[in-house]
Write a protein that binds this ligand. Structure first.
Ligand code: C2E
Ligand code: MG
Ligand code: MG
Ligand code: MG
Length: 287
C-alpha cells in the first residue's frame, strides 16, 4: 500500500504533497509531545546526573569525573542525552536544563567535598547555546554562590564548535569564568574541522580528544596521526589532554606511550549514579 501511495504521489506530479503531509505532521507532533514531556521532566525532577571517572593512569588515581545528564522517563526508562539534548537545543529548553545540570553538579561537588573528596574535579558539559548567552558567567557565579561549590573543582566542557572563531565578547566571557576560578576544557576535540590557530588565544587548561579518534587505535594509522598531533599541539600550548572512550588495553597502551595519561572510558568505568561513583572512588582506596 505504501508503494501505491508513493507511486500515486509521483504520478500526481511534483506539486502534490498530500502523501507527505501526514508524515510531516506526525514528526512535528512527536516533537511537540517530546517538548512538553521535557518541560514536565525539568519541573518533575525526572532529570538526573551520572558521573564517569577520569583516571590518571600514571598514579591509578581518579582526578575527577564528568557529569552526564539522563532523563528518567516514566514509560521509556533511562533516556540518554543524545535522544533529548538536540531537541532541547532546538526548542530553547537547553537553557533551563543546562542550569539544572550546573546547579546539581555543583551541589554534588560541595557534598563530596564535605565528605572528604575535596580534590575531585567535576566536569560539566555546556551547550553552545548556553555559552552564547551574555549572562552565562553571571549564571555560573550565582550557582557557585548558591551551592557553595569550590570553583577550582569545577571544570566546564565547551565543545570545539562553540569556540570556533571566538570574538572578543566570547573571549571576555571565558576570561570572566577563569577569574571566578573555574577551569575550562575543550570537548569533542578534532570533530570541528576548524583551523587550530584559534586555540592559542583561548584560556583552556584541557583538551578532550573525541572518542571517535580513540575507537580504532592503535590500528588505524590516520587516527593515530590525529591523536599524536593533538597531543603535541596540547603540549606546546601548555594544556593537558584527556582521551575519551578508552575501552581496551591496546588503546590505553598507545596513549600512555605518547604521554597521554589522563583517560576516561569503559575500560575504567561506565558513568555511574552518584552513590555508585562515590563507592567506586572509595574502592580505589586513594580517597
Ligand atoms: P561527551 O561530553 O563527549 O561525553 C562522553 C560520552 O561518551 C558520554 O555519553 C559517555 O557515556 C560516553 N563514553 C564514555 N566512555 C565511553 C566508552 O569507553 N565507550 C563508549 N562507547 N562511550 C563512552 P553520554 O552520557 O551518552 O553523552 C553523550 C553526549 O551528550 C555528551 O558527549 C555530551 O555532548 C552530551 N551531554 C551529556 N550530558 C550533557 C549535559 O549535561 N549538557 C549538555 N549540553 N550536553 C550533555
Ligand atoms: Mg563532555
Ligand atoms: Mg567529549
Ligand atoms: Mg562527544
Amino acid at each position: 500500500h505504501a508503494d501505491t501511495a508513493m507511486y500515486g504521489a509521483k504520478a500526481a506530479g511534483r506539486n502534490n504533497f498530500q502523501f507527505f503531509v501526514p508524515a510531516m505532521n506526525e514528526r512535528a507532533n512527536e516533537r511537540l509531545k517530546l517538548e512538553s514531556a521535557l518541560r514536565r521532566a525539568v519541573a518533575g525532577k525526572q532529570l538526573l546526573l551520572h558521573y564517569q571517572p577520569q583516571i590518571d593512569t600514571r598514579s591509578g588515581r581518579a582526578i575527577g569525573c564528568e557529569a552526564l545528564v539522563r532523563w528518567q522517563h516514566p514509560e521509556r526508562g533511562l533516556v540518554p542525552p543524545a535522544q533529548f539534548i538536540p531537541i532541547a537545543e532546538d526548542v530553547g529548553m537547553i537553557v533551563p536544563i543546562g542550569e539544572w545540570v550546573l546547579r546539581e553538579a555543583c551541589r554534588q561537588q560541595a557534598e563530596w567535598a564535605a565528605a572528604g573528596l575535596r580534590d575531585l574535579t567535576v566536569a560539566i558539559n555546556i551547550s553552545a547555546l548556553q555559552f552564547q548567552r551574555a549572562d552565562f558567567p553571571d549564571v555560573v557565579a550565582r550557582i557557585l554562590d548558591e551551592t557553595g561549590a569550590d570553583p577550582a573543582a569545577i571544570e566546564l566542557e565547551i565543545t570545539e564548535s562553540a569556540l570556533m572563531n571566538p570574538g572578543s565578547e566570547q573571549l571576555e566571557r571565558l576570561n570572566r569564568l577563569i577569574e571566578r576560578g573555574l577551569t575550562l576544557a575543550l570537548d569533542d576535540f578534532g570533530t570541528g574541522y576548524s583551523c587550530l590557530a584559534y586555540l592559542k588565544r583561548l584560556p583552556l587548561s584541557r583538551i578532550k580528544i573525541d572518542r571517535s579518534f580513540v575507537a580504532d587505535l592503535p590500528g588505524d594509522t590516520e587516527d593515530a596521526a590525529v591523536v599524536s598531533a593533538a597531543l603535541s599541539l596540547a603540549r606546546d600550548l601548555g594544556m593537558d589532554v584527556v582521551a575519551e572512550g578508552v575501552e581496551t588495553p591496546g588503546q590505553r597502551a598507545f596513549l600512555a606511550e605518547r604521554n597521554c595519561t589522563l583517560m576516561q572510558g569503559y575500560l575504567f568505568s561506565r558513568p555511574l549514579d552518584a552513590g555508585s561513583f562515590e563507592a567506586w572512588i572509595r574502592g580505589l582506596g586513594h580517597h
